[in-house]
Design a protein around this ligand. Structure first.
Ligand SMILES: [Fe+2]
Ligand SMILES: [Fe+2]
Length: 304
């Protein structure tokens, strides 16, 4: 197949639905995980698993090379101090250390939403909370405690990631789990509200308190920051390893995934998330576009 026809193949699927191959009523292991992430796939065995695995390994390397040439997103430069504090507390605060150990024991780590994802979300959510709490005029002590509790929500938010309605199930799970941790009832309510409302493209209920609303917005935005470069550096390849798609299937789903990335830009909720989130997503989209060019030029023969 010549390159031109490969490009045509790609363009035949500009509006691919998220799950075009989803079998109605299929067995549970063929169902996709709930459709939050950018590149949904079903667990369909590849026809050429070894060859596909080799190609995906190359593509992962290429994606990371492309990402390495992009500037650091402005959020990490402009708010380095808040992020440093959030990272330090993840390593040193007793509550977060205990919760982190709890999550590591219980979180599936094989499909892109494991402990690495949880730690990044917890760090960014904590920083966002520091910024947003200060903007709202809360006292330093109040802001710091709210940020810490938001980091706890970040650690726990995908604890039920492989379940349908994982946000709702995760909130139920967190409510029970947190009874053994040093957090009060109001803080548990806020954590559970934030976890319940962290999934994209879903309706959200009104927050029980203003502080729960602030925490929820920060958790959501930190989670969606991951749809930027992180999606192509890490998440996508962990999901590929889990779902084992053929390259053709991967390519067929690519336009739908890219479209979802574009759509997520308008959903950031906090002032700071709205300011910095779209840039991160745009960086992800740039990586995704360059990566597709690599696929169409170097692996065209596998798309016949
Ligand atoms: Fe999630
Ligand atoms: Fe997440």
């Amino acid at each position: 197949m010549q390159r031109a026809s490969c490009i045509s193949l790609f363009r035949w699927h500009p509006n691919a639905t998220p799950f075009p191959l989803l079998p109605a009523g299929g067995p549970p292991d063929r169902w996709p995980l709930s459709g939050e992430y950018g590149f949904p796939m079903v667990n369909t065995p590849s026809q050429l698993p070894e060859e596909s695995a080799a190609v995906f390994a190359i593509l992962k390397h290429k994606a990371r090379e492309i990402a390495a040439h992009l500037p650091e997103p402005d959020f990490y430069r402009d708010h380095a101090g808040d992020l440093a504090l959030a990272h330090r507390r993840l390593d040193q605060d007793p509550l977060l250390c205990e919760l982190r150990a709890f999550v590591i024991e219980r979180l599936d780590d094989d499909f892109g939403h494991g402990i690495g994802h949880a730690l990044k979300v917890a760090a960014d959510a904590g920083a966002l909370c520091l910024i947003e709490g200060a903007r709202a005029g809360h006292s330093d002590a109040h802001v710091r405690r709210t940020s810490l509790i938001c980091q706890a929500a970040g650690l726990l938010h995908d604890i039920r990631r492989k379940r349908p309605n994982h946000a709702v199930e995760g909130a139920h799970y967190a409510r029970k789990a947190l009874l053994t941790f040093p957090v009060d009832a109001g803080e548990i309510d806020a954590i559970c509200y934030a976890i319940r409302n962290h999934e994209a493209f879903q309706r959200i209920k009104a927050p029980p308190t203003a502080i729960a609303g602030l925490m929820s917005d920060c958790l959501y935005d930190a989670d969606k920051f991951r749809w930027g470069p992180d999606n192509f550096k890490d998440t996508l390849w962990d999901m590929v390893a889990f779902f084992n798609p053929s390259l053709s299937d991967f390519v067929a789903r690519y336009p739908g995934g890219m479209q979802r990335l574009d759509e997520i830009k308008a959903t950031f909720r906090s002032h700071t998330g709205k300011k910095y989130g779209p840039q991160m997503i745009d960086y992800g989209i740039r990586i995704g576009k360059e990566l597709m060019t690599v696929i169409l030029t170097e692996f065209c023969h596998m798309l016949e």
